[in-house]
Design a protein around this ligand. Structure first.
Ligand SMILES: Cc1cc2nc3c(=O)[nH]c(=O)nc-3n(C[C@H](O)[C@H](O)[C@H](O)COP(=O)(O)OP(=O)(O)OC[C@H]3O[C@@H](n4cnc5c(N)ncnc54)[C@H](O)[C@@H]3O)c2cc1C
Length: 365
């Protein structure tokens, strides 16, 4: 189990080279399985999907890399779904809504007090290190939406707020997938499943029942109480920028912290923290610190807290450049081409259909 996430680019690249594909394929679904822990770097744009894919294929055979490439493709699929539907991803994507749509956070989920030992441990880990395993995220989302009968919107914001890898597309669409509003059916799990994938032995909980009984399960009293919550982003103190308008202005943000991007050119480099973005998608102090620490891999970066149009002397720059992203479409200047693994394949309505085409294109090469 990882306790902290490295910051330097060298260490991050080492993580990419460390993933053991055979172990990954065998153990990925276990809470202590051999997963890569690359999501904070992919989400923050320190690494790109094609970069990770290419690095992987330099050292392992395609057939061994397929299970990992399959997961990377989920990320690409979610990102491209966000581009396609824009703000539409923040509403139910299918008519398949929950049994009830209680509005609020379940007190005993956010308080790590559900009585399901492994889930409570995982929630505490989320607060402590800002990362939990995919299976734990699925358990928590299902507990909140499908067993706790609450709308996915607020709990997904709560989880996003605490995740170092917080990514609006992966997070929102995964919550929708679990809640059955972006999939054909809701995701359920029982105590036996948790025990298997966490190698634990808890019994006698409200989840210690057969799968068939889960969809009709009455709201467990421990999940009854709802609370409201406000998520607040704390910004670093504002420092004056030193800019040279005769050089290009490169805009970075919490989703683009790639230290290799246009590294060779002489430019002003600004990490833009727009309050309007973080009002919509708030992050915890731990996440904000992580973003700022990751930005130190970028030469001469300066942090600017403010809206893009408030950057001093903005109108004097001949060249303003940024990477394309759904959350920064309003930036002035030129945008690069998006960096996809499967740029020539259009995302389909279902992930499976998209993956089939992607896999085919890999094998054909
Ligand atoms: C409710 C819920 C919320 C989630 N929220 C986020 C989020 O905010 N940010 C985020 O990056 N991921 C999110 N995920 C997806 C997934 O849980 C994480 O990407 C994964 O756990 C990251 O750990 P890893 O890098 O060790 O994954 P690995 O298993 O090593 O996978 C390698 C990479 O593939 C991608 N990937 C793997 N599984 C998924 C998946 N199910 N969906 C999309 N991409 C995947 C990630 O980029 C990951 O880094 C969420 C999943 C669920 C069920």
């Amino acid at each position: 189990m990882i306790n902290s996430f490295p910051i330097t680019y060298q260490e991050i690249l080492r993580l990419v080279n460390q993933v053991d594909m055979k172990d990954y394929a065998r153990t990925r679904n276990y809470l202590d399985g051999g997963v890569s822990h690359l999501s904070p770097y992919l989400s923050r744009g320190v690494l790109t999907l094609p970069q990770v894919k290419n690095k992987l294929l330099e050292r392992v055979k395609l057939e061994d890399a397929i299970p990992f490439l399959y997961e990377l493709t989920w990320r690409e699929y979610f990102q491209r779904t966000w581009w396609k539907y824009q703000d539409g991803i923040f509403s139910n994507l299918t008519g398949n809504a929950a049994r009830t749509q209680r509005k609020g956070l379940i007190r005993n989920i956010v308080g790590a007090n559900t009585g399901i030992t492994i889930i409570d441990e995982q929630i505490n880990q989320l607060y402590k290190i800002g990362y939990i395993h995919n299976h734990a995220r699925m358990y928590i989302a299902s507990l909140a939406s499908n067993i706790g009968q609450s709308d996915w919107q607020l709990p997904s914001q709560w989880m996003y707020y605490h995740l170092l890898d917080g990514d609006v597309a992966s997070n929102t669409l995964s919550w929708q997938w679990v809640a059955g509003t972006f999939s054909l059916k809701k995701y359920f799990f029982n105590q036996e499943n948790i025990n298997k994938f966490s190698q634990s032995l808890q019994q006698g909980t409200f989840l210690d029942i057969a799968y068939e009984k889960l969809p009709g399960l009455e709201l467990p009293p421990v999940l009854d109480e709802l609370i409201s919550s406000e998520f607040i982003t704390v910004f670093p103190s504002r420092q004056p920028l030193k800019l040279d308008p005769s050089l290009p202005l490169l805009l970075y943000n919490s989703y683009n912290l790639d230290p290799t991007w246009k590294k060779q050119i002489d430019a002003n480099r600004v990490l833009l923290l727009e309050p309007s973005h973080f009002v919509k998608f708030p992050v915890s102090e731990k996440v904000m610190n992580f973003i700022i620490e990751l930005s130190t891999n970028i030469d001469n970066i300066q942090v600017f807290v403010g809206e893009v149009n408030d950057i001093p002397t903005l109108e004097r720059f001949e060249s303003i450049l940024s990477k394309p992203h759904p959350s920064s479409r309003h930036y002035p200047g030129e945008k690069d081409e998006p960096q996809w693994m499967f740029a020539n394949i259009e995302p389909k309505a279902s992930f499976t259909a998209f993956w089939k085409l992607c896999e085919h294109s890999l094998i054909r090469k």
